[in-house]
Each structure stands twice: as C-alpha cells, then as structure tokens.
Design a protein around this ligand. Structure first.
Ligand code: ADP
Ligand code: MG
Length: 251
C-alpha cells in the first residue's frame, strides 16, 4: 500500500467497512493531436477514502487536470480500472457516465462559471431543477447550501455584485446542490487573492470536517495544499509522492 494507508482520514476512522470513494488502478491516458501522441498518465494507482481531503500537485503540464477529468468522468482513460463508490465505471457509456456524474460528483473550476443573468439563488437552484426537483424544493435547498458557504444573505444578488471569493463559494454551493459525496476542484483559488483564497479554503475545510465531504483539489500553491489532509504529487505521469502535506508541499 501507499504512504496514505498509514494516515487516518475522518471517514476511514469511523466507517471501517465503507469502500473507497474512488479507486484507480493502472490508469493510462494519452492525447492524440494529428500524428502526435502525447502520453500523459502512465499507470496511476490511487484510492481516495470517504472523508479524505486530497491536494493534487505537480508542475504545469504534469497531468493534474487530465487526472481530475478522468476522476470526474468528463473524459475516458485509455487503459486501467476506475471504481467510484464501489461501482466499476470503466466500461460505462458516455450517457451512463453523465448519470453517475450528476449524482455523485460536484465540480468547481478556476473560473466560477456562474450564469450572469441569474441571481445567486437561481444559480444554485438550477442543477436541482435539471435533476427533476420542484422549483420550491430546489430553492429551499439552494438557500440551505448558501448558508453552508456563509452566503445566506446574498441570495438575491447578481453574480457581478459579489467578490471573486464569494462567487467561488456560490459555485461550491451549486456543485454540492445535488448532494454529491465527492467534490473535485481544479485550481479553485487560482484566480483569487490571498484574502479570498482563505475564505474559500475555510469553506472546503468546514464541508470536509463537518459534513464529511470527500474533496480532491488541484493546486500549485503550497499554502493551499497545506490545508488538505493528504498530498498527492504527479511527476512524469506517475504518483511521485503520497503522504502528509507538511512533508512535501514546498518540494
Ligand atoms: P496540468 O493540469 O497538470 O497543467 P494537463 O492535464 O492539463 O496538465 O495537461 C497534461 C498534458 O497533456 C500537457 O502536455 C497538455 O498539453 C496535454 N493536453 C491536455 N489536454 C489536451 C488535449 N485535449 N489535447 C491534447 N493535449 C492535451
Ligand atoms: Mg490544469
């Protein structure tokens, strides 16, 4: 087993029988552009346990987003096995992937991607309406989610009336609206200054500690990685380090 096996995550401590949230074995991925084949991931083995909070680091171009997109079923690997919440999803169709993704995974990206013409509450409610909830239910839960991220008072504002950090917190509320147990965040603080980065990290911390949310976050900022429970570093298409952030965040 890898180094993290010795590290107790909140979920592992309480739920001995629970399967990993996600499990990857021998995951390979390359991109083809014209005649050029670019190998990116060379056989990734990775387990993420319930309640884990993983910072994924690695130099630019090392494949962090590629790995995250595979985790999030936004792309397919060339080879390997991927198990999500105990279900082997490697062989599923794109439609089946979309269904799994909608129920199980919340995404947050560097650009907040809020809809400009909708207010904050409507932005958070929208994915729930797509998922078939009534308008009333969706708005109730959106209100609850906004309180979770400390923005209960901002429900009626338009996105451009919020700071970057506040907009990212709205995006987090939206990502979790459908009660996904896994949050994937690709450089979520990449566009934020130090103060607003801290706001967003506090929200991740709270959701992980209090709600048991499993988080995988891509970052190139050591200070961000130090907030996670676990650091995974990619190098040359493989996992070069897997352990406590304090040991390697500044490497
Ligand atoms: P990171 O997020 O760590 O910066 P990426 O996963 O985005 O790295 O990219 C890894 C490598 O794969 C880079 O060399 C990048 O140029 C290449 N790459 C990423 N996406 C594509 C794509 N859609 N088509 C071709 N090459 C890609
Ligand atoms: Mg990237």
């Amino acid at each position: 087993m890898r180094a993290h096996a010795t590290q107790t995550s909140a979920g592992a401590a309480t739920g001995a029988a629970r399967p990993p949230v996600l499990s990857m074995r021998g995951i390979r991925k390359s991109y083809r552009t014209g005649d050029v084949q670019t190998p990116v991931l060379h056989g990734i083995d990775l387990d993420v346990q319930p309640g884990d909070y993983v910072a994924l680091m690695g130099s630019s171009g090392s494949g962090k987003s590629t790995l995250m997109n595979l985790m999030g079923l936004l792309d397919r690997c060339d080879d390997g096995r991927y198990t999500l919440q105990g279900q082997d999803v490697s062989g599923l169709s794109a439609t089946e992937h979309a269904a799994v993704r909608n129920g199980q995974i919340g995404f947050v990206f560097q650009s907040f991607n809020l809809l400009k013409r909708m207010n904050v509450l409507e932005n958070v409610a929208l994915p729930m309406i797509y998922a078939g909830r009534s308008r009333h239910q969706a708005r109730e839960r959106a209100r609850h989610m906004l309180e979770q991220v400390g923005l209960g008072a901002m429900a009626a504002r338009m996105p451009n009336q919020l700071s970057g950090g506040q907009q990212q917190r709205v995006a987090i509320a939206r990502a979790l609206a459908n009660e996904a147990p896994l949050l994937l965040a690709d450089e979520p603080t990449g566009n934020l200054d130090t103060q607003t980065t801290a706001e967003v990290l506090e929200v991740f911390d709270k959701l992980n500690r209090e709600a048991g949310l499993t988080i995988v976050l891509v970052t190139h900022e050591p200070d961000v990685a130090l907030k996670a429970r676990r650091l995974v570093r990619l190098k040359d298409g493989l996992i070069a380090f897997d352990g406590r952030p304090e040991e390697q965040a500044y490497a």
